[in-house]
Design a protein around this ligand. Structure first.
Ligand SMILES: *Cc1c(COP(=O)(O)O)cnc(C)c1O
Length: 355
């Protein structure tokens, strides 16, 4: 499938990335492609970044049939590169399946992404910790108020230069273990990267903020016993020298995060025992009490690694590693960042060149 290109008349002025935070500025171009039952996915094109118009009856606005993903591009010298592009785009189709969105031809997605990144390579910031954030997403476009699986969709990729997440070094977050609200349940949408899961998490996040916590750690929605994830990050524990994290395969209400997989793959290569399994909040509290809970940290594309300094559960605060960033979390962050920046050898083949 040929990817068309429509040139923009005016190029934007590039912002000072160190001052813009996350997701506020967008590049000159975006990728677009449409689906209907007769043509399938068709008309892949790179066009100037611009507003789109949708029907007020657009089915996504009413019933939320949509998915997204998030990944990052960096520069190795003059070469624009993408971290685990193929793995992320495969996950687009995992999410699509859960939401009954027609599968997107992988090769077209990858070619479109690489071409877009290549065209926009001058937008990739090169400061430490900075990157070009990539947001692929799909939404239903039927102008129809009836409730059913839509017939038409739009796939888009937009790009946003982002500042270093930790401009002033790591500062461990305070997390509240949520025992009232639930994000996703077994048999629901938890394994998809879909807006509905975020809608379901906003209120609990607000309540936690009001109580002085940065984020919420979700427990399973059925027994309120097993640890799930943070909602935009997976969670990992270092207990007695082992790296333990909830298994998205066993707990189908968790997003199968690619950063968690990266951490586990690297940890294994360092010779650490890695366990993906069910882990109850009681096990974590017990490990804290007997002194074997060494570190807790979140993993996700945006922050990469987010050390947890405090866990709150049922009114009690548990301080992790003296509230400081753990040695393992720091070493892992530096190693992954090194691969991002091209300073650490890419032994795992995570880096894909956009050309
Ligand atoms: C995106 C996301 C994560 C982190 O996944 P990565 O692939 O590591 O970026 C974790 N949980 C949820 C709910 C997410 O949407």
């Amino acid at each position: 499938m040929e990817i068309k290109f429509e040139e923009t008349k005016t190029l934007k002025e590039k912002p000072d990335v160190s001052k813009i935070g996350f997701g506020t500025h967008f590049t000159d171009y975006m990728f677009e492609m449409d689906y209907n039952p007769t043509d399938g996915w068709h008309d892949p094109r790179i066009v100037p970044y611009r507003d789109i118009s949708v029907s007020p009856a657009n089915t996504t606005l009413h019933y939320g049939q949509a998915i997204f993903d998030g990944l990052k591009a960096y520069k190795h010298g003059d070469k624009p590169v993408i971290f685990r592009a193929s793995t992320h785009l495969q996950r687009v189709n995992v999410s699509a399946k859960i939401l009954d969105i027609p599968e997107v031809p992988f090769d077209v997605m990858l070619a479109g992404l690489k071409k877009l990144i290549y065209i926009e390579r001058d937008w990739i910031p090169t400061g430490k910790g900075q990157s070009l954030y990539i947001r692929p997403f799909i939404f239903a476009t039927d102008p129809y108020l009836g409730v059913k699986v839509a017939q038409t969709y739009k796939f888009m990729i937009i790009l946003s230069p982002v500042a270093a997440y930790y401009a002033h070094g790591f500062s461990p977050v305070k997390i509240m273990v949520e025992s009232e609200y639930v994000r996703a349940v077994r048999g629901g949408l938890g394994a998809a990267k879909t807006p509905a899961n975020y809608a379901a998490s906003l209120h609990a996040g607000l309540v936690a903020h009001d109580k002085g916590y940065d984020q919420v750690l979700w427990l399973d929605g059925v027994e309120r016993k097993y640890i799930e994830e943070v909602g935009s990050m997976n969670i990992l524990f270092k207990i007695g020298g082992k790296i333990v994290s909830p298994s998205p395969q066993l707990q189908t209400s968790i997003l199968d995060g690619i950063t968690r997989r990266t951490v586990n793959e690297i940890a294994e290569s360092w010779g650490l025992p890695v366990e993906s399994r069910k882990i109850s909040i009681d096990e974590v509290i017990k490990a804290h009490e007997d002194g074997t809970l060494e570190e807790v940290f979140g993993s996700g594309t945006a922050a990469v690694i987010s050390p947890v300094g405090v866990l709150e559960y049922k009114g009690k605060e548990y301080v992790i590693n003296g509230g400081k960033t753990g040695e393992f979390a720091q070493k892992m962050y530096d190693y992954i960042e090194g691969i991002h920046m091209g300073e650490v050898e890419d032994k795992f083949g995570y880096i894909e060149v956009a050309e």
